[in-house]
Write a protein that binds this ligand. Structure first.
Ligand code: GL2
Length: 808
């Protein structure tokens, strides 16, 4: 829809009056926000309808991306950008004396995910729509998002995140599209002469109600759907749940997001959630497919289903259940369609994150699904008999020792398994999933993660975006790879200065936010050194902290030491039950207190731990970062995506050779990144041979000894318990993630960072090289590869990508 400033202002005032009976000057921020959302929604609703209609009309193959987490953050600005309305609305609001930035702050983050995996799903949603591809999200509408983090005396406290208090203005409830999901009870198979009939007894019927959110493509008149399911009690079942507690038992199914990142918890409620959104999604897909009388033995030519990590792996069995029990297909045909339809992404090799569910638990949640998995497993083993040895078959079976291995179900039941960075895929093929790679080499492939450059540069960092426009024009806004044209400008001093200025301005803004949020004053001229991600031992926030303590002790020894001032900025939530991660949070906070309040340090060092890290906070921090810390133990971080967001915003990366860091290094070259630490082969060697002795590093390196002692000798106050825990984890438990082993090379590379920062022009040149190469990590391209190589889907025939290019 075309919009002019005049028309927007008129529409906005009209709706504000209709909705709230208010004038602009009397409206509260939330009322202004809700009014704006309603104008924006009305601007894309017709396109949304038309996009869906065109899929149906053209009988287009569609992908359904099943993910137990989505992390869209705020949608207002990104929708405005994608619709091409941003500037007009910004000016129109100003004309009314309002501010888009302020109104946008009223939007509560949609935080229905933990971290990288959920954010990736949302970047992919945005990219699918912007590529004009027929792609739908399928997930859970949690009533409570990821917990709100507060610090009390330096400890993490978790508060409920009631993100729906003011309603969710973007979603549309589609009660007419609800489906029934059966859980629990028993199932009997009865031969009725024609086929085996599944008779359910005593099962709970749960009504799955979809809430659809439009996902607006970038300037291409294309709007896809993210469908999130809510659990409700069907009217026919109300008498079964006479008390409020009874009702809660059902409705709680979609209440909370499990707050554990990369760690699986064997709780029955989680398993129920997995079955709930899987079944609801598969039922609605097949129901829609059948509406048009197409043959079911061709379904895989019309739909693709993506299993994002193992949480939706029951898709395989649920799809089989529908084809067998409802459509009476024979097993072989149903299986063929299932494998052709499904594809799976693995996001981690951490053993604790690989889901295994006890057979009895699955029997309680959905006995028919268990039966089907048992049959898949039986046939799998039978088929390999005589072809593979007994051990191989036992190692790769789906059910083993009373446990159902969800990754095995996903691999066996799909035609594609991919990792999320080159190194990660290599580890899957040669190590973690070696047997399956031997069995199905053609199923394995790599798809390095990507990010949406729109949110992480155009929306989050408008000043840098404009600077780039001035240098290379605006084509990069449609095709992020074009950022590489910046490489022709490395010698352009004016441009380098402007990049430096944009960074400084962003740092000033962040400094103001830090002051307001924490009371801590930081200088925007110091190096802003950022580590933002979940708190996890393998991500090694502790290594960062040890280095900070070293710098502090050096300054205490010699307060006149010539150091490049630095502000270390952390953002990280720890899973509520992850004791060790919480101990690290406490220690970072106490080190921060000690340093920030020490007058002798004279502002050479500051440590800021911002509360409640999430998408919106990331949008404030990333544009202001000079240095991004990507320091996981090699082999442990599957890909990482904050590494890509930070480089895109001109931060230089301090990195181990892990995950996508390796590919970043290959693009920018070794001179434009700070690499340190053990390599994959060295880590694997240590893990195999158990040669590593952390205590030797303590005994032989006086710097390490001094830094570690500070955690237990009272140097750092208020960490009597936590300091010892950390000390013991390194020295007694032998430092599982090789923090001490990598410490010396980390210190060295950090010295190189400080040295490099002294030459501003060269530093800005390095930033430019990073920005120029960040377009290679655009989610648009990643998703295009999934579309071509895995899903076999094509852009919408009526797609108008690039049509509005001249508007800028
Ligand atoms: C993760 C990986 O840890 C992370 O490296 C990766 O970038 C993302 C997205 O692929 O997936 N795996 C995982 O379980 N979580 C991740 O963030 N939670």
């Amino acid at each position: 829809m075309k919009i002019t400033q005049e028309r927007f202002v008129h529409e906005f005032k009209k709706r504000l009056a209709e909705k709230f009976a208010l004038d602009v000057k009397d409206a509260a921020p939330i009322e202004l926000y809700q009014t704006l959302v309603s104008v924006v929604k009305s601007g894309y609703s017709e396109i949304w309808r038309n996009t869906w209609k065109s899929y149906v009309k053209n009988d287009q193959k569609q992908v359904y991306y099943f993910s137990i987490e989505f992390l869209p953050g705020r949608l207002l600005k990104s929708n405005l950008l994608n619709m091409g309305w941003y500037d007009v609305v910004d000016k129109g609001l100003k004309q009314m004396g309002l501010s888009l930035d302020k109104i946008s702050e009223s939007e509560v983050d949609m935080a229905l995910g933990n971290g990288g995996l959920g954010r990736l799903a949302s970047c992919f949603m945005d990219a699918l729509a912007s590529d004009g591809l027929p792609g739908n999200g399928n997930g859970i509408r949690y009533k409570y998002g990821l917990f709100k983090q507060k610090f009390v005396d330096g400890y993490q406290i978790e508060l409920p995140n009631e993100w729906l208090t003011d309603g969710n203005n973007w979603a549309v409830a589609r009660k007419s599209k609800a489906v029934d999901v059966l859980m629990g009870g028993q199932v009997h198979l009865i031969d009725n002469g024609k086929y085996l009939e599944a008779i359910y007894e005593g099962a709970d019927v749960i009504k799955a109600v979809p809430y659809d959110t439009g996902i607006v493509g970038y300037r291409n008149d294309h709007v896809n759907t993210m469908r999130l399911w809510d659990a409700q009690i069907p009217a026919s079942e109300e008498v079964k749940y006479p008390t409020i507690e009874d009702r809660r038992r059902v409705e709680d199914l979609t209440s909370v997001l499990y707050p554990d990142d990369s760690n699986y918890e064997g709780r029955i409620l989680r398993l129920k959630q997995e079955y709930f959104f899987t079944s609801a999604g598969i039922q609605s897909i097949t129901r829609h497919y059948k509406k048009y009388d197409r043959p079911l033995n061709e379904i895989s030519e019309h739909i693709a289903i993506h299993i994002n990590d193992t949480h939706p792996a029951m898709c395989v069995a649920e799809f089989m259940r529908i084809l067998l029990d409802k459509e009476h297909m024979d097993w072989d045909e149903a299986w063929q369609q299932t494998v052709k339809t499904m594809s799976y992404t693995n996001h981690t090799i951490m053993a604790e994150a690989l889901e295994k569910w006890p057979v009895e638990m699955l029997a309680k949640v959905q006995p028919r699904i268990l039966q089907i998995i048992q049959e898949i497993d039986r046939r799998y083993a039978l088929e390999l008999e005589g072809k593979k040895d007994h051990d191989f078959i036992e190692r790769t079976r789906i059910i083993k020792d009373g446990m159902v291995k969800m990754a095995h179900l996903a691999i066996i039941g799909s035609h594609s398994t991919n990792g999320v960075a080159k190194l990660h895929t290599e580890l899957l093929e040669n190590d973690v999933l070696r047997d399956f790679y031997e069995l199905y080499p053609e199923r394995f492939n790599n798809k390095t993660n990507g990010i949406t450059v729109r949110r992480w540069l155009q929306v989050a960092n408008p000043e840098l975006a404009k600077t780039i426009d001035q240098a290379i024009g605006t084509a990069w806004r449609f095709d992020a790879k074009k950022l590489h044209e910046l490489k022709n400008h490395v010698g352009d001093k004016k441009l380098l200065e402007k990049i430096g200025k944009a960074k400084l301005d962003n740092k000033k803004k962040l400094a103001a936010f830090i002051k307001e949020d924490t009371g801590i004053e930081v200088s925007p001229h110091a190096i802003f050194d950022v580590q933002i991600k979940r708190l996890h031992a393998y991500k090694r926030q502790l290594l960062n902290l040890l280095h900070i303590v070293k710098l502090y002790l050096d300054l205490k020894d010699d307060p006149n030491r010539d150091v490049e001032p630095r502000v270390f900025i952390f953002g990280a939530k720890a899973a509520p039950s992850y004791h060790y991660a919480k101990a690290i949070i406490k220690c970072i906070n106490e080190v921060a207190n000690m340093i920030n309040n020490d007058k002798t340090i004279n502002d050479k060092l500051k440590v800021v731990f911002l509360e409640n890290y999430g998408v919106s906070l990331a949008e404030k921090i990333i544009p202001a970062a000079d240095v991004g810390e990507q320091i996981s133990t090699a082999t442990k971080e599957a890909s990482g995506t904050s590494n890509m967001k930070l480089m895109l915003n001109g931060a230089l990366t301090v990195a181990t050779l892990d995950g996508a860091n390796i590919e970043i290094k290959d693009y920018v070259g070794e001179d434009n990144i700070f690499i340190f630490g053990l390599t994959k082969d060295e880590v694997l060697e240590y893990e195999k041979n158990h040669h590593y002795r952390a205590a030797e590093y303590y005994d032989n390196d006086p710097v390490i000894k001094r830094v570690l002692d500070a955690f237990v000798d009272g140097t750092i106050p208020n960490i009597e318990v936590e300091g010892h825990e950390i000390y013991d984890s390194l020295l007694r438990v032998n430092d599982e993630y090789f923090v001490l082993r990598d410490f010396a090379s980390y210190v060295q590379v950090q010295e190189a960072v400080s040295e490099a920062y002294k030459d501003k022009q060269n530093w800005n040149k390095m930033c430019l090289v990073n920005i120029a190469n960040a377009g290679y990590f655009s989610a648009d391209d990643t998703v295009e590869k999934y579309a071509k190589e895995i899903w076999n889907i094509k852009p919408n025939a009526t797609e108008m990508k690039g049509k509005a290019k001249d508007v800028y």
